[in-house]
Design a protein around this ligand. Structure first.
Ligand code: IMP
Length: 176
């Protein structure tokens, strides 16, 4: 499947680019209000959050700093490998940190990120995910900002991939 071209006319569009745009604008307004007069540090989780973060920061009307970490748990497959690898050289000590993630699925990735970043003693640590999958056994991670709750289906587009493909699609489509 990884080498096949997918005909997206045959796949359900779960979220159109205009729906995503409206919700990202709302999230930007909410985050701007919550962090007004605070020094916001956004930490994008690569690779999946790169488009979401780029759109989100342009809807935030307070000064902010932007950095990235790399996380990987899916190894060219649709099921989580159960292991998360993190790569970064961030120093977030004393900072107001908002982690920006593409999708909150099992929560394993965010749990690892929170445990890792907490060691740096940030002033505050919250998370924002564009999507949250409704699955029964999620890790106990609190995600303050969620764009959309979706059912348990494998989605691609708007930064999300399957085996590194389909990130460039402007909407979110179901692969299954
Ligand atoms: P979690 O650790 O199970 O919460 O998964 C988080 C990561 O898995 C996300 O950042 C995505 O990279 C990937 N992921 C989970 N579900 C999907 C999906 O439906 N499509 C594409 N990537 C996904």
């Amino acid at each position: 499947m990884a080498n096949e071209q997918i005909d997206f006319s045959k796949h359900e569009i779960l979220l159109s680019s205009s729906e995503i745009k409206l919700r990202v604008e709302e999230l930007g307004r909410q985050i701007s209000a919550d962090y007004r007069d605070r020094e916001l540090h956004l930490v994008g989780v690569l690779n999946g959050a790169f488009i979401f973060l780029a759109d989100l920061v342009r809807q935030i009307d307070i000064p902010c700093q932007i950095c990235f970490l790399q996380a990987s748990s899916y190894k060219d497959q649709k099921l989580s490998s159960g292991e998360v690898t993190l790569m970064h050289n961030l120093d977030l000590s004393g900072k107001e940190v908002l982690v920006v993630e593409d999708i909150f699925d099992t929560g394993l990735t965010l749990k690892y990120i929170f445990e890792d970043l907490q060691q740096q003693k940030p002033k505050s640590l919250e998370a924002c995910a564009l999507l949250s999958k409704q699955i029964p056994d999620k890790e106990a991670v609190e995600v303050k900002y969620i764009g959309f709750e979706i059912e348990d289906r494998f989605v691609v587009g708007y930064g999300l991939d399957f085996a590194e493909k389909y990130r460039e699609i402007p909407h979110i489509a179901c692969l299954d």
